[in-house]
Every structure is written in structure tokens, then in C-alpha cells.
Design a protein around this ligand. Structure first.
Ligand code: NAD
Ligand code: DAU
Length: 336
């Protein structure tokens, strides 16, 4: 097994990256983390506030900055790469930052990994596989062909392909994971679950795209973190692992559950304009990760995970209200 002592976490001030930093601090006391984050609209230092200073350093910078990487990468034994432009709707409105960060940024990190010879784990998404029909019993596996639909997912697919090519050509020590939809604390209010919870808390009706029958495969972000740690330390080099927790649900059912848990009538929401090119269904088969590396999700009760997430947003109004008005203004301009 690989036993990292000093890791760089890119995007460690975003939703999933910051949850991973918390996870490492709590579960792996021998590991020091350097967070590299550009603090875009999606990143906040609040997300890693209060973590012990001797365990976590913060570097404010861009993953596209090769000179900065030359300075900070030496002395680390691994990079876990979370930083990305992550939101599909934003990629439809303005794709360019997605090309910069997701494609060029990954290229810069790979070049740095090549130069300094350290281990690299690449965080990716199930969206690289495109979508499945609602009535198709199939799920994505590691051998499903790439077929991305949106500007976001096409840039994530591109970044995965760069990792594979750099691994084969230059012999880099890499692994890739493709995970399904995460939920939990610190998720930006632009995303589906936090948007609806904070809408209700703000007296705004929740907004459902199209008929709401699109299916997403939900996993708690702590389970994503434990899976990434398992792959980083025990995964076979050059391999891809799919991460999922058998959490398929359609958006309408998730929304009704949020409304119910927050004491609202189940029809107290608006149907709004559908997302162009909206993927119908994602579903992950994580057999390889489970059988090869013995990983198992812990937070498999979605209702209770959702309840805790609602409680977190209810108790952290000061965290999300800073970005709420601007986010809703953007959606309103798009008719969503
Ligand atoms: P997020 O948008 O919440 O956070 C992204 C973070 O990256 C922010 O802190 C931002 O400041 C930082 N960042 C953006 N551009 C940067 C740059 N050029 N240089 C340095 N830092 C930069 O994203 P998230 O939802 O936490 O997703 C994290 C990763 O996980 C992404 O790679 C995403 O593709 C992947 N992923 C997300 C999900 C999901 O459900 N959200 C599921 C599977 C995979
Ligand atoms: O599958 C993994 C992906 O999950 C990640 O790669 C992405 O980074 C992450 O953002 C997420 O992508 P989705 O597009 O699935 O997530 P989002 O939260 O934007 O939307 C979830 C579903 O809810 C989707 O079918 C669109 C719908 N939706 C979304 C919003 C914001 C609504 O119905 N209403 C909304 O207001």
C-alpha cells in the first residue's frame, strides 16, 4: 500500500474537496494537507476554517499556474485533484472557464507530476459516460464508452483522457475515480439539493427542471472521501474505479422528500425550463472498487442523510446566504 504523508488537495475549498480535507484530518493523523485553491465563486476559506494549522496549509493559486506548481509541488508525495468548474448549467451559459480549468489545469498538474515524479489521483464524474435510458437496466462500469453530453462533462472526459495518455506515455503513477452525484454539507446553493433546501428556507418555491423524472445516483460526500482515500492508498496504478452507493432516485422524488422533511405540501414547487441536453439517468456499478479494494459506503440511508443535510443548511444560514441572491439572479435570467 502507498502511505502518503504530505498531500496536495486541489479545490480543497470547494464542496467535495473540503469534505475530503476534513475526512483526512479526522481519520489520518499522520497526513499533512496543502490545499491549493483559486477561490472562485465556488470556493470559500470558510469550508476549511477551524482545521488545525499544523495539519493543513492553504495556498491561494490557480492550477493553471506552472510557476506556482514548480514552487509548491516539490516535497509532496501526492496530488489529489478535485479543482474544477463543476456546474453543468454554468457550462451551458459560458463554457470557456471549463476549458481553462478542467482541461488546461489538468494538463498543468500532469506536467508537474511528470517533472517531480509524484503520485496523482484524478477526481472525475460518471457524466463522462453520457446518460442511460430510464427503462434501461444497465449501469455504468469502467468499460462503458465515453459519451459526454454537456460542455462540463466533455471537459471532464477530456481531462480523464489526458491522465490516461500521460500515464501510458510517460509512466506516471496515477489512478482515476468517476463518482456519481454527491450530497452533504458545504455544497454550493447552485446545485439541486442545496438550492431547494435554501429556497424553502428563504421563502422561495423550489424549482424543478422539466418533468423531474431524470434520475441521479446519490452518494454522501463522506462515502466519496473514504473511496478516494482507499483508491489513493490501495488502488492499482493506471486503473479507473467507479464510485457509487446504489442511490438512484428521480428528481421529483428527491424534491418531494425535501418538501416533506421541511414540513411543506408536496406540490409546493414550480416547474421551470428544462436544461438543454439534460441527461436522463446516471447509474454506477461500483463492483470493481468493492471487490478489489473492499470499499463499502456507510451512509446508505438517503432519508437520514438528507435530513442531516437539511439540518446543516438550517443551522448554517450565514454560510449560504452570502451567495444565495446572486445565484438565484443568475437562474432567473435563464428562466430557471
Ligand atoms: P465545487 O465547484 O464545489 O468546487 C470547486 C473548487 O475548485 C472550488 O473551491 C474552486 O475555488 C476551485 N477551483 C476552480 N477552478 C480552479 C482553478 N483554476 N485553480 C484552483 N482552484 C480552482 O466542485 P465540487 O462539486 O466539489 O466538485 C469537485 C470535483 O469533484 C470536480 O472535479 C467535479 O468534477 C468532481 N465531481 C463532482 C461531483 C458532484 O456531485 N458535485 C460528482 C462527481 C465528481
Ligand atoms: O453525476 C455527477 C455530477 O453531479 C457532477 O459531475 C457535477 O459536478 C455535479 O454538479 C452533478 O451534476 P448534475 O447536473 O447531476 O447536478 P445538479 O445538482 O446541477 O442537478 C441535479 C439534477 O437536478 C439534474 O437532473 C438537474 C436537476 N435540477 C437542478 C437544479 C439546480 C432541477 O431540477 N432543478 C434545479 O434547480
Amino acid at each position: 500500500a502507498f502511505t502518503p504523508k504530505n498531500i496536495i488537495v486541489t479545490g480543497g475549498c470547494g464542496f467535495i474537496g473540503s469534505n475530503f480535507v476534513h475526512y483526512v484530518v479526522e481519520n489520518h493523523p499522520e497526513v499533512h494537507v496543502t490545499v491549493l485553491d483559486a477561490l472562485t465563486y465556488a470556493g470559500s476559506l470558510d469550508n476549511i476554517k477551524g482545521l488545525p494549522e499544523d495539519r493543513v496549509d492553504f495556498v491561494h493559486g490557480n492550477i493553471c499556474d506552472a510557476e506556482l506548481l514548480d514552487k509548491i509541488v516539490p516535497g509532496h508525495d501526492a496530488i489529489v485533484h478535485y479543482a474544477a468548474e463543476s456546474h453543468n448549467d454554468n457550462s451551458i451559459a459560458d463554457p470557456e472557464p471549463f476549458l481553462k480549468t478542467n482541461v488546461e489545469g489538468t494538463f498543468r498538474l500532469l506536467e508537474s507530476v511528470r517533472k517531480f515524479g509524484i503520485r496523482y489521483h484524478h477526481i472525475s464524474t460518471d457524466e463522462v459516460y453520457g446518460d442511460l435510458a430510464l427503462d434501461d437496466p444497465a449501469r455504468f462500469t469502467e468499460s462503458t464508452p465515453y459519451h459526454p453530453s454537456s460542455p462540463y462533462s466533455s471537459t471532464k472526459a477530456s481531462s480523464d483522457l489526458l491522465v490516461r495518455a500521460w500515464t501510458r506515455t510517460y509512466g506516471l503513477h496515477t489512478t482515476i475515480s468517476n463518482c456519481s452525484n454527491n450530497y452533504g454539507p458545504f455544497q454550493h446553493v447552485e446545485k439541486f439539493i442545496p438550492r431547494q433546501i435554501t429556497n424553502i428556507l428563504s421563502g422561495i418555491r423550489p424549482k424543478l427542471y422539466g418533468n423531474g423524472l431524470n434520475v441521479r445516483d446519490w452518494i454522501h460526500t463522506d462515502d466519496h472521501s473514504s473511496a478516494v482515500w482507499t483508491i489513493l492508498t490501495q488502488g492499482r496504478l493506471g486503473e479507473t474505479y467507479l464510485i457509487g452507493a446504489d442511490g438512484e432516485k428521480n428528481n421529483l422524488d428527491v424534491l418531494k422528500l425535501i418538501l416533506k422533511q421541511m414540513g411543506q405540501p408536496e406540490d409546493a414547487f414550480d416547474h421551470v425550463k428544462d436544461r438543454p441536453g439534460h441527461d436522463r439517468r446516471y447509474a454506477i456499478d461500483s463492483t470493481k472498487l468493492r471487490t478489489e479494494l473492499g470499499w463499502k459506503p456507510q451512509h446508505t440511508n438517503f432519508e437520514s442523510g438528507l435530513d442531516k443535510t437539511i439540518e446543516w443548511y438550517t443551522n448554517h444560514q450565514e454560510w449560504w446566504e452570502k451567495t444565495k441572491a446572486a445565484t438565484e439572479k443568475r437562474y432567473k435570467a435563464q428562466g430557471q
